[in-house]
Design a protein around this ligand. Structure first.
Ligand code: ADP
Ligand code: MG
Length: 312
């Protein structure tokens, strides 16, 4: 290969907002025919908002939110940020809903207790978080993480999933105490990005640790077939999902942003990281889309093909 042509490609990449780890990366894009897209933070904004806090019978809504927020304060996950934001401790009245219901007569909201720092915090990658708050071992995460759910919480999880939302459970002392539902938005540019990738002859897949219904809803919105949705995947299994597609003879590009995507980005024939994502993802990927715009993934593949045509 002519190194000069590859270097020119690298320079053009920088203009387009694509950081290329080394000129040789462009060569690996040549035969890519499949593109695997992480959902949260890649196809969606990754900025979640709490929709509802549903306490189990006999539990106090604000107390469950307090424990969840105290724990999530120590996490960087989009769900964690949503839950922490839903528990405002500073001028409550000026913050957007959801917030503590105003006093019916005065319209005032009660001041809230500042969030304590959890002890023994553990990030259970792709599952949730665990830590000790006020002497209680608290868990927040996937519904299965906390054990069996009382029927009213089972119902809340099913309803949230039916609406394409994500539901996490808060529990302590071995019991599920509440369901918190959160929702994310598909990026305005994702549909166009998927169409451009398809126009290049690539088959798009959606890969996520989130639930099947939420994944299907996002896939439908951006135009990815249901058969190409891989949901409920633990972080350690994302890499296996890529390997399985490779075993079918596909040449796979993977686009992701999270710590949980790093191994899959490294396994893929071409790894593309969102520049807005984590350092782990950026380090594992051959290409970085500086502005976190998925449309640039198509530009990157087009550029690589053109560069290689010049060389040959
Ligand atoms: P994605 O693959 O879409 O980027 P993740 O692998 O980060 O999603 O998370 C998968 C699931 O694990 C989430 O939908 C949620 O149920 C749970 N989870 C992960 N981290 C947290 C957290 N900090 N708080 C609550 N739930 C979490
Ligand atoms: Mg992600």
């Amino acid at each position: 290969a002519t190194p000069t042509a590859l270097l020119v490609g690298t320079g053009r990449g920088a203009q387009l907002g694509i950081l290329i780890k080394g000129p040789e990366v462009l060569e690996s894009t040549r035969a890519v025919d499949t593109v695997v897209l992480d959902k949260t933070g890649t196809v969606t904004e990754g900025r979640m908002t709490v929709i509802e806090v549903i306490p189990a019978t006999g539990e106090d809504r604000d107390e469950t939110l307090f424990y969840a927020a105290a724990l999530e304060h120590a996490s960087e996950h989009p769900i964690a940020k949503a839950i922490t934001a839903a528990y405002p401790t500073t001028p409550v009245a000026t913050l957007p809903a959801p917030r503590k219901p105003a006093d019916a007569e005065t319209g005032e909201t009660a001041p809230r207790r500042a969030l304590p720092t959890p002890e023994g915090f553990a990030n259970l990658e792709g599952l949730g978080v665990r830590g000790v708050v006020d002497g209680r071992t608290v868990l927040v995460g996937r519904p299965q993480l906390v054990g069996s759910l009382p029927p009213e919480l089972e119902g809340a999880v099913a309803e949230a999933h039916g609406l394409g939302r994500t539901a996490v459970v808060v529990g302590w002392d071995g019991r599920a105490r509440a369901v918190i539902t959160v929702a994310d938005r598909v990026k305005a540019t994702s549909g166009e990005a998927v169409r451009s990738l398809r126009a290049l002859g690539l088959t798009p897949f959606l890969l996520t640790g989130d639930n099947r219904a939420a994944a299907d809803a996002v896939a439908a919105e951006v135009g990815i077939e249901k058969e190409h949705v891989i949901a409920d995947v633990l972080p350690a299994d994302k890499v296996d999902a890529v390997k399985r597609l490779q075993a079918e003879g596909r040449i796979v590009a993977m686009v992701g942003d999270g710590v949980n995507d790093a191994a899959a980005l490294a396994q893929a024939d071409l790894g593309l990281a969102m520049g807005t994502g984590t350092d782990a993802a950026i380090q594992a990927a051959g290409l970085t889309l500086v502005r976190g715009d998925l449309r640039v993934a198509a530009d990157a593949i087009r550029l690589a093909r053109r560069t290689l045509r010049v060389i040959k």
